[in-house]
Design a protein around this ligand. Structure first.
Ligand code: 3PG
Length: 394
């Protein structure tokens, strides 16, 4: 990895790819986690008297100048966090962007408009990349969560300028890289979520790397069905029974203990606070659906966590947005958080709903590291090379 600390940025125009794809409501940033993540790099560059030019995408406007995909509201939010000015240019290249860059003083910060307003971004068009490169002397990628995209601002421009990894990108790679490739053993992975079909590559890679793999969420129903159990009205993917069997077989081959729920909290329908029944995992009633893991499962999971020194977590263990089906996710997360506080566990988490689930459990601060990434976290854990990481690697 080429690290930003090794670059001479003094007085230079530094193009920094950040991920400001943040939750926004009525033009107000509602969760500043990704802005906070970018602060160390921005602050470092300011101190080094670089001219900081921030590049980012927002939403999926598909090359159209859609007003509600503007990054304009992010500039004041970032300025508030830093307690110093952030300029904004209404395009990411061309005369307006060039003038704004020209006006920037050393230590100044400029945010450019949504790169995805131009089709050249997602197409990784060489002319688009060249137009971006014109604005900078040095390129820094600090957007691990967008590094799975081979776009103009993550890959194209990186090939045209000296390219480095920012501090947030380094932090992500250091933590999740260690958890997956050089962990304190034994390692347990907890993978939840609705569908096996979206996590096949993840499960395949994990069984070859970790010592224990717990499969939870509706995904587990597909495994239970593959084992020949009746899953009643539960969500499951009949077409992926063979995939589930192959993953169980691969786990055996690699000596990875695959753990499924022992008991399940079921209801007749998926609605908030319905009547529930907790049953053994192999005895889901025909007229009910599994919506959360039960207390025996949480106990078994706690024992498995006790036996391990590293935890990799992706996905909820039940339908956690709908009460009371957050219970097992919250309990297991609290237990893992407590082990981290005691210094007995290194826990990293990321991907999709995971952060929301851990926030709900109130344990985000206890985990060793929580990735800002959704899809990029998954692809990294699948063992894939991410274009945005490759571009800043020796
Ligand atoms: C994310 O929010 O995970 C990243 O910003 C990537 O966004 P994308 O899935 O629209 O490329």
């Amino acid at each position: 990895l080429r690290r930003i600390e090794d670059a001479d940025v003094h007085g230079k125009r530094v193009l920094v790819r950040v991920d400001f794809n943040v939750p926004m409501k009525d033009g107000v940033v509602t969760d500043a986690t990704r802005l906070m993540a970018a602060l160390p790099t921005i602050t470092w560059l300011k101190r080094e008297k670089a001219k900081v030019i921030l590049l980012a995408h927002f939403g999926r406007p598909k090359g159209q100048r859609v007003p509600d995909a503007s990054l304009a509201p992010v500039a004041p939010a970032l300025a508030d966090l830093m307690a110093s000015p952030v300029e904004f240019a209404a395009d990411c290249f061309g005369p307006e962007a060039e003038a704004a860059v020209q006006a920037l003083q050393p230590g100044g910060v400029l945010l450019l408009e949504n790169t995805r307003y131009h089709a050249g971004e997602e197409a990784n068009d060489p002319d688009f990349a060249a137009a971006l490169a014109k604005l900078g002397d040095i390129y820094v990628n600090d957007a691990f969560s967008a590094a799975h995209r081979a776009h103009g601002s993550t890959a194209g421009v990186a090939a045209l300028l000296p390219a480095y990894a920012g501090l947030a990108m380094q932090r992500e790679l250091d933590h999740i890289g260690q958890a997956l490739n050089d962990p304190r053993r034994p390692v347990i992975a907890i993978v939840g979520g609705a569908k096996v079909s979206t996590k096949i590559a993840l499960l395949e890679n994990l069984v070859s790397k970790v010592d224990k793999l717990f499969v939870g969420g509706a995904m587990a129903n597909t495994f239970l069905a593959a084992q020949g159990h009746n899953v009643g009205k539960s969500l499951y993917e009949a077409d992926f029974a063979d995939t589930a069997k192959a993953i169980m077989e691969a786990a055996r081959t690699h000596g990875c203990e695959l753990i499924l729920p022992r008991d399940l909290v079921c209801a007749a329908e998926f609605a908030p606070n319905p009547d529930t029944q907790t049953v053994p995992a192999d005895a889901i009633p025909a007229n009910m659906m599994a919506l959360d893991a039960g207390p025996e499962t949480v106990d078994a999971l706690a024992d498995a966590i006790d036996a391990c020194q590293t935890l990799i977590w992706n996905g909820p263990l039940g339908a956690f947005e709908t009460p009371p089906f957050e219970t097992s996710t919250v309990e297991a997360a609290k237990y893992a958080g407590q082990r981290c506080r005691e210094g007995k566990l290194i826990a990293v988490a990321g991907g999709g709903d995971t952060v929301a689930a851990l926030n709900q459990a109130g344990v985000s601060g206890d985990f060793t590291f929580i990735s800002t990434a959704g899809g990029a976290f998954l692809e990294w854990m699948e063992g894939k090379t991410l274009p945005g990481v490759e571009a800043v690697t020796e």
